[in-house]
Design a protein around this ligand. Structure first.
Ligand SMILES: N[C@@H](CCC(=O)N[C@@H](CS)C(=O)NCC(=O)O)C(=O)O
Length: 209
């Protein structure tokens, strides 16, 4: 069945799915025609697939799925990639735990600072809010750093999983955002170590925060 991924290549949530596709070696179409006039013209099409009107969306025939982390898990499951998403209950729960932490706590921490300092959105200009967001973001990254220090390798242990994909994109955003960064040597070493993986250079490497 033909598989289509819908979204913009600049989106961190789309890029985590693109990286997962690269790891799997998936045969799919990337429909990225959602910029400017096309986004307006295709708005109803998007809303029919995702009532949130957001990207990414995965389309498999007449079935579709939204939420980037759910899409990554689905693709790994269908591909039988137990290395990316283990089937053993505890191992799987830990991968899901870190993925949920990324999409909830970590995303919430960086949102204000990123929208203010990188996207330069007019609604995000309060200095106190930016400062609070930077503190929360650094605190979250130090938590991740301690975890990577403990495992000495990847987010949940010695092997690479979906948790590394979703968190590496977040860590890359943190590194490339112009803030004062907390000292996170384990995060830096982990990012450097991931550089040879399929998809990393394309989806994380070129310096898009
Ligand atoms: N929790 C959702 C968030 C999706 C989301 O925020 N997507 C952004 C792009 S990163 C979006 O589509 N924004 C609206 C737009 O770009 O028009 C997920 O992980 O898929």
């Amino acid at each position: 069945m033909p598989i289509t991924l819908i979204g913009r290549a600049t989106s961190i949530n789309v890029r985590k799915v693109l990286w997962t596709c690269a790891e799997i070696g998936l045969d799919y179409t990337f429909d990225k025609d959602w910029v400017g006039e096309a986004a307006v013209r295709r708005r109803d099409e998007l809303l029919a697939l995702n009532p949130n009107g957001q990207f990414p969306v995965l389309v498999e025939g007449d079935w579709s799925l939204w939420q980037s982390n759910a899409i990554c898990r689905h693709l790994a499951t269908v591909a039988g990639r137990e290395d990316l998403l283990p089937t053993a209950p505890r191992a799987r729960a830990l991968v899901e735990q870190w993925m949920d932490w990324q999409v909830s706590d970590l995303n919430q921490a960086w949102r204000y600072a990123y929208l203010a300092l990188v996207r330069r959105m007019p609604a995000f200009t309060h200095a106190d809010e930016i400062a609070a967001s930077v503190v929360a973001w650094n605190k979250a990254m130090v938590l991740l750093d301690r975890q990577l220090e403990r495992t000495g390798a990847h987010v949940t242990g010695p092997t690479f999983t979906l948790a590394d994909i979703v968190l590496a994109l977040s860590a890359n955003r943190w590194r490339l955002t112009p803030i004062e960064h907390a000292d996170c040597p384990a995060v830096d070493a982990w990012l450097t170590g991931l550089a040879g993986r399929p998809g990393f250079t394309i989806e994380v490497g070129p310096g898009v925060p």
